[in-house]
Structures are given as structure tokens and as C-alpha cells.
Write a protein of this length. Sequence first.
Length: 248
Amino acid sequence: MARFNADEIDNYGGQGGGGFFSLKNDKDVATVRFMYNSIDDIQGYAVHEIEVDGKKRYVNCLREYNQPLDDCPLCAAKSRVIAKLFVILYDVESEEIKIWDRGKTFFSKLSSLCARYNPLVSTPFEIERNGKKGDTKTTYETYALDTDDTTLEDLPEVPELLGTLILDKSFEELEFFLDNGYFEESVEEQAPPERNPKSDRRNSTSREPANEAPARRRRTPASAPTEDKAPTSRPTGRRRTIANQDKF
């Protein structure tokens, strides 16, 4: 999986914006805590942006910057790699953990803050937006408030991003997506129907289960042949084309 720290950011490509934490209008302010002790706690992610069920989603890139393109099916298909920093914040007003979707250049901002405030989580900050809604030149200023003795243990647990915000897919699953445009998933188990006392039979020595959850089934693409297919093997030298590829 492609994660990177502050020393490795230059090895990765483009960046994007937008996220769960946002200040929508010019001069909007929020008080937050950064959920880190030091710069060593902060990780970036190399991801691809794909469309799943009509929605834009991030999926984890399977290779490091110095590995061959063929180690990740999306890289081999020329899907753009995006270097992302998902900043984990504690919103003081709402008392909730929020994710701030930033590009890799925000690493330098956090590095400066970590150098001045250690542990970083012990200092709350006001974040102020400078820029009207929709302005691509919008910037954000951070203003330190009084440092206290708050620790990470005093705040809600930090969520795991990989597998939730960032889809965590295998080589074979990404190959399937490229061929079919969706991910093959198991059909979720349906809740068993409620018991009917009039039809249930009770035995004092043994009892057969009245209801059993149906067996899990695999979703089959409509265009797939009916006969069994051989297990997917790792392709060599084959590439699909999606979009422009950023080198990293």
C-alpha cells in the first residue's frame, strides 16, 4: 500500500481538495485540535480517484513510487495517482473527529506547527478561511490558542482511513473493476424472518433451528459466461488506458 511521510512527499504526484471538515464562506472560523503528537504521526496516501455506483471514491494505490507501474492495475491503466493528506481533526465545538482533505503541500504547514508545538494535540487552533465560496485561490490561516495538557487519550479514537474513506482493494479486485466497471461483492446476509409460534414445533429434547440465514452468494456480472473460469492470474505486460498518468 502506498503511504508516505513528510520526507517522501516529493516522490508522489498530484493532489486534490475537499473533505468532511470544511469552512464554506470567507472568514469562517473553527476551533480544532490536530490529532497528532509530532510530524512522525502524520501519513499521506497515494490514491486513485474512481467512480463507484455513480460516486467519486478514493482507492488505495498498490505500489510504492519506486515500484513498476504493473504492480498496480490502475497505474498500469494510466489512472492518475493523487498524493493526499487526510488531516484528522477534533472539532472543539461539535466534539467530533473530522477529516480535512488536503493536498501534499499541507505537510509543510503541519511540519512547521509540529516544530513549534509539541505535542501538537495539546494546543487548540483557530482555522480561518480567506476566500469566497468557490474561489480556487482560497487559503487558510491557523492561529494558536492557549496550550493545555490535553492528550490523544483524552479525545475520541482516531478512525482507520484505509478501508473506509479510502477503498482498500486487492490486485485482483482492481483488475475486475477495470474489466467490469464495478467491484464484485458478496450479497449481504438478509435478516431471518420472525418466528411464528403457531407454526413452530417445540421438542423437549431437541429443536431444529426455525430459521437460518441464507448462504452468501457472489454477484456475477451480466456479461460473464456461465461456465467456470480459471482463477485470475497476475497479468504481465498488459495495460488499459483510463486517463493521464502522473509519474511518481
